[in-house]
Design a binder for this molecule. Structure first.
Ligand code: PLP
Length: 384
């Protein structure tokens, strides 16, 4: 019997063996990196080594890197911990940016129908208002994979005297990152998206950024994030970052698998559409809309065939709801409700792509060919 096929790497990527091996020795030993005895000093050295490895993946200075409990926490720290007046963020940010920014009085920067941040809109928004802005734009969108013009956005932000934060969670390990070349004053990363453990992230800040801790207490992480460090998790993050950086050489092969998957899906369902398919995207992500078949039906059919994908931004819950990202790109409610996200990663093989295409062909045939399998399975042709 063949095992399940995992094509949901943008939600979480399986733990890399390098990360597991690096973490294992840290379970069961006392390892408080603030302790002055030998155990503590060893833990501290391991944390510092991981800081260097993660910073290397981001093309950043390790001195500005603060380990957090997740990228959601890092995004909160960036938005809440820096002094600013205005807070423009793109309409397609992850909820950890969007929801937080809305609480703080965000201004929303629209995207084009291809899912690219509208730089003219950003420029006129910044030109119009008063007060120093903190602008947050992601490196790559988690649902469509569309790469954002962060260097150009940074130039606009800095011209207006603002600070620029980049959520680079989905870019890490899939495209080469260089914090200075991207013009980012702050950058967030997450361990579990690159094959590290869950529950570890980081915020990297340039030296000029005045960052106040959101979690106060002990002076850990140079006073920027109190709490005894998760040594095993941080070490796993470092090992995953090192492995992911080495694996950047395999990315063209991954892109070829993704392209085969898309071409195959569009052959099976000629009316299917790939969101963001015309612009620069991550090499691993496909946001596939199949008209007339609800995403929840697609997910269930694929799951029953042993193929795991997701819809929308399904990184936080099992809910299937229409995507704010696709809606911001101008998709109708019905179109957005028919889109699934297929995301490949370091475990993906050619056989996985074949299995996906077989399962997808079967579900399309069932739903559209031989009559609807259930009341909710198909939708009437879109009238919108
Ligand atoms: N930013 C983006 C773009 C994401 O895709 C995610 C995924 O969940 C996050 C932030 C949050 O990461 P974490 O799970 O580490 O909180």
């Amino acid at each position: 019997m063949t095992g399940p096929v995992y094509l949901d790497h943008n939600a979480t990527s399986p733990l890399r063996p390098e990360a597991l091996a690096a973490m294992q020795p840290w379970f069961g030993v006392p390892s408080n990196a603030s302790s002055v005895h030998g155990f503590g000093r060893k833990a501290k050295a391991a944390v510092e080594e991981a800081r260097e490895l993660v910073a290397l993946l981001a093309g950043a200075d390790p001195a500005g890197l603060t380990f957090t409990g997740s990228a959601s926490e890092a995004n909160n720290l960036a938005l809440r911990g820096t002094p600013h007046g205005r807070l423009p963020v793109s309409a397609i940010e992850h909820p950890s940016v969007l929801t937080t920014a809305r609480e703080l009085g965000a201004e929303i920067v629209p995207v084009t129908p291809d899912g690219v941040v509208d730089l003219d809109a950003l420029a006129s928004l910044l030109a119009d208002g008063e007060g120093a802005a903190l602008v947050s734009i992601m490196a790559a969108n988690n649902e469509t994979g569309v790469l954002q013009p962060v260097a150009e956005a940074s130039e606009i932000v800095h011209r207006h005297g603002g600070l620029f934060h980049v959520d680079a969670v989905q870019g890490a390990g899939k495209v080469a990152l260089d914090m200075a070349a991207m013009g980012a004053d702050m950058m967030s990363l997450s361990a579990h998206k690159i094959g590290g453990p869950q529950g570890v992230g980081c915020l990297i800040a340039a030296p000029h950024v005045m960052l106040a801790a959101e979690i106060t207490g002990g002076g850990q992480e140079r006073g920027r994030r109190a709490g005894t460090e998760n040594v095993a998790g941080i070490v796993g993050f470092g090992a995953a970052a090192e492995a992911a950086r080495a694996a950047l050489a395999d990315i063209p092969a991954l892109a070829a698998l993704r392209d085969r998957l898309e071409a195959g899906a569009c052959d099976i369902s000629p009316k299917a559409r790939v969101y963001g398919g015309e612009v620069r995207r991550l090499p691993n992500t496909t946001c596939l809309m199949t008209p007339g078949i609800n995403a929840d039906v697609q997910l269930m059919s694929l799951d029953m065939a042993g193929v795991a994908v997701s819809s929308g931004s399904a990184c936080s819950s099992g809910k299937v709801s229409s995507s704010h990202v696709l809606r911001a790109m101008g998709a109708t409610e019905r179109e957005a409700a028919s889109a699934i996200r297929v995301s490949l990663g370091w475990t993906t093989t050619a056989d996985d792509v074949t299995r996906f295409l077989e399962a997808y062909a079967a579900l399309v045939a069932r739903a559209l060919g031989n009559g609807a399998p259930g009341k909710s399975a198909t939708q009437p042709e879109a009238a919108e």
